[in-house]
Design a protein around this ligand. Structure first.
Ligand SMILES: CC(C)(COP(=O)(O)OP(=O)(O)OC[C@H]1O[C@@H](n2cnc3c(N)ncnc32)[C@H](O)[C@@H]1OP(=O)(O)O)[C@@H](O)C(=O)NCCC(=O)NCCS
Length: 140
């Protein structure tokens, strides 16, 4: 890996920190991928609403790859950053990192990335239809 390719750790703001329960496992005992996707959607929607200051709807999830399994008792952290603000939509780049507090060697918590995806949210008006995102003074 070259110096320019090296990425130290999570990119973006910590949006959500949680811990999966036994009820969140799939038949093979690891955490169900759908649970992880739900946490990402929740985390991303919070950041999207800070941008749009409206209700939002999830309109698209870019393809995802699960790099490592998540286990019960892992601390799951969702990080996000605004990737693009369009006319009615905002795309949030999300990364999920795990802090394996129950499964690491004594006091050796090596965080690792589980997955990442870009999720796009559309700003909705009271009528449930898309609406233009109002630009804040900071954006102009
Ligand atoms: C969100 C919704 C109201 C948008 O309605 P629409 O009038 O068809 O919207 P458009 O096709 O014009 O797209 C609106 C914005 O989303 C973007 N968008 C639409 N499909 C997209 C995709 N596949 N990937 C990325 N962006 C997408 C468009 O580029 C546009 O952004 P812009 O205005 O910033 O350029 C409608 O698609 C909807 O209700 N979807 C269901 C949402 C939902 O229920 N989500 C929960 C998942 S169960």
């Amino acid at each position: 890996m070259t110096q320019t390719q090296a990425v130290a750790g999570p990119q973006g703001e910590l949006l959500l920190r949680t811990m999966p329960l036994p009820a969140d496992t799939s038949f093979n005992g690891d955490i169900f991928g759908g649970w992880i996707m739900a946490q990402m959607d929740l985390a991303g929607s919070m950041m999207a609403k800070e941008v749009t200051r409206t209700r939002t709807a999830t309109v698209a999830v870019e393809s995802m790859q699960f790099i490592k399994p998540v286990r019960v008792g892992d601390v799951v952290c969702c990080y996000g950053r605004v990737q693009r603000i369009g006319t009615t939509s905002v795309t949030i780049m999300l990364e999920v990192w795990v802090r394996p507090i129950l499964h690491a060697d004594k006091n050796q918590f090596t965080n690792f990335k589980v997955t990442e995806a870009a999720i796009t949210y559309v700003a909705l008006g009271e009528d449930g239809r898309k609406q233009p995102i109002r630009k804040s003074k900071a954006d102009t």
